[in-house]
Design a protein around this ligand. Structure first.
Ligand code: 5GP
Length: 246
């Protein structure tokens, strides 16, 4: 009897330990950037050490997100999560204070694919591994996934829903002169993937709106697309956008 009670206690305490450390976010944003739009701004861009990336959407990140922002009152569940002290947030971030550095060894079999599909375009460093480490530290540590699964699932999502090909099939191809209706872009993505996405624009040097990032929404396992539960402010005023050459 005693042994059973001890065993039950152990099971219960390990369950509690798991549930109190698991992040309770609602969905992931899977964010991809159009390289032409990242580069074609007043700030410009730099190519990574591995060379000019393909004219293809590149991964920016896989971000755990709450369906409802946690208010600043301190009375909601935010104190339950590991973002204690960061109230009024819409997503968790930096979930492991210690021991959260990404190890190149852990993702060694993914590096070639990551370099192609998740290249840095920032001029801060030509080292894409720095970009992946940053994304892991800020967002990945809150994903309830080990680093290898986190990066492998992002790559699998990109491969399963090839945005560049989806848009091309709808006649939305890179061009420095054409503009495309925003609804045409969202409809093409929704029809091909079965899920609505959020679009984000930025502006080129002449102030013209261009499609910058596509935010697709993904279940908590980072496996299946879902309709985005939230609408973001798109910064795509005017209804038509460019998809500049890269
Ligand atoms: P986040 O938007 O994930 O919070 O931050 C992105 C960080 O990664 C920024 O500090 C940015 O400078 C850096 N970064 C490095 N390469 C890239 C890139 O290709 N695209 C974007 N959007 N950010 C990058």
């Amino acid at each position: 009897m005693m042994k059973i009670a001890v065993a039950c206690g152990l099971v219960l305490s390990s369950l509690l330990a798991v549930s109190s450390t698991a992040e309770q976010f609602d969905f992931f944003y899977f964010v991809q950037q159009w390289p032409g739009s990242f580069c074609d701004t007043w700030r410009g861009c730099c190519f990574p050490d591995t060379g000019k990336p393909a004219a293809d959407f590149g991964i920016h990140g896989l971000w755990p997100n709450y369906a409802k922002c946690h208010g600043g009152g301190g009375d909601d569940a935010s104190s339950f999560f590991s973002i204690v002290g960061r109230r009024g947030r819409c997503w968790p971030e930096y979930c492991e204070e210690d021991g959260n550095a990404l190890s190149p060894w852990e993702i060694r079999d993914l590096v070639a694919s990551l370099a192609r599909n998740w290249p840095t375009l920032s001029c801060r460093s030509g080292d894409s591994f720095e970009f992946w480490s940053y994304e892991w530290k800020k967002h990945g540590t809150c994903s309830n996934l080990r680093p290898h699964d986190y990066f492998a699932r992002a790559l699998a999502l990109k491969a399963a829903h090839n945005l560049t090909a989806i848009l091309a099939a709808a006649g939305i191809v890179p061009s420095d002169t054409e503009t495309y209706s925003l609804s045409g872009v969202s409809d093409a993505i929704a029809a091909a993937t079965g899920a609505t996405a959020n679009l984000q624009c930025n502006r080129d040097k002449d102030g013209q709106a261009q499609l910058y990032q596509v935010f697709q929404c993904v279940d908590r396992e980072a496996k299946q697309l879902i309709d985005c539960p939230l609408h973001m402010r798109s910064r795509c005023s005017g209804g038509s956008v460019k998809l500049p050459l890269f």
